[in-house]
Design a protein around this ligand. Sequence first.
Ligand code: KIV
Length: 271
Amino acid sequence: MSVHSEIKKITTETLRKMKFDKEKITMLTAYDFTTAKMVDAGGVDSILIGDSAANVMAGFETTLPITLDQMIYHTQCVVRGVERALVVADLPFGTYQSNPEKALESAVRMMKEGGAHAVKIEGGKEIEESIRRIINAGIPVCGHLGLTPQSIYQFGTYKVRAKEDAEAEKLISDCKLLEELGCFAVVLEKIPAALAKRASESISIPTIGIGAGQDCDGQVLVYQDMVGMNQGFSPKFLRRYLDLYSEITGAVSQYVKDVKSADFPNEKESY
Ligand code: KIV
């Protein structure tokens, strides 16, 4: 029997059951093969190829510039490194909002060429038809509400969303709509913890929070943030598990010293 057949793969159904069993769901981002391998080996339930790749991998200020081809490339790299986790890929800005046909085409490309197991898209009522179309084609969809970074120019700021009643009520009704449409989960980003709790209790599909408190059914973080590679980004919701920025710059400067002083390579490191 091969090792592969012994691994119980996580599916959208597994996540639904985890919510039912009150077992928290874990999700982290990855954009490349090596990271995906480590994140999968660490035991996360789901890996997200977020369009935050635009910020973290490409250095853009917003997520808007990344293209579908680039997201497909990142997804292909991640899929090759994953044995267990459910692989969810973001559809980038402009690839699903304009019409349901285009949304379906984009989602099909992400599944067929990228090899994703599911797609994530931002928004509620406004993109209802796109979500319906994608799900009708048999593609699992994860929603994303609250601070939806693809709308940053509409929001004007990355501050907490839905603090006012009207936006909070819309978020609850969007959550219910996403459930009704057949989404398998919904990411809730940067909203008050009490609202995230209410949202999580009002739907049977899992909520996965980022900056949305402890009552979501799961949590997601950007990998580079949680391992401390990204020193300039310190929102309140972020817990850093390592200080890799210092570790890596320290290792690089030691390497520079060793080469300059002809300490590296030594005899044992030579043929
Ligand atoms: O793009 C991303 O990384 C995301 C997560 C922050 C949820 O959408």
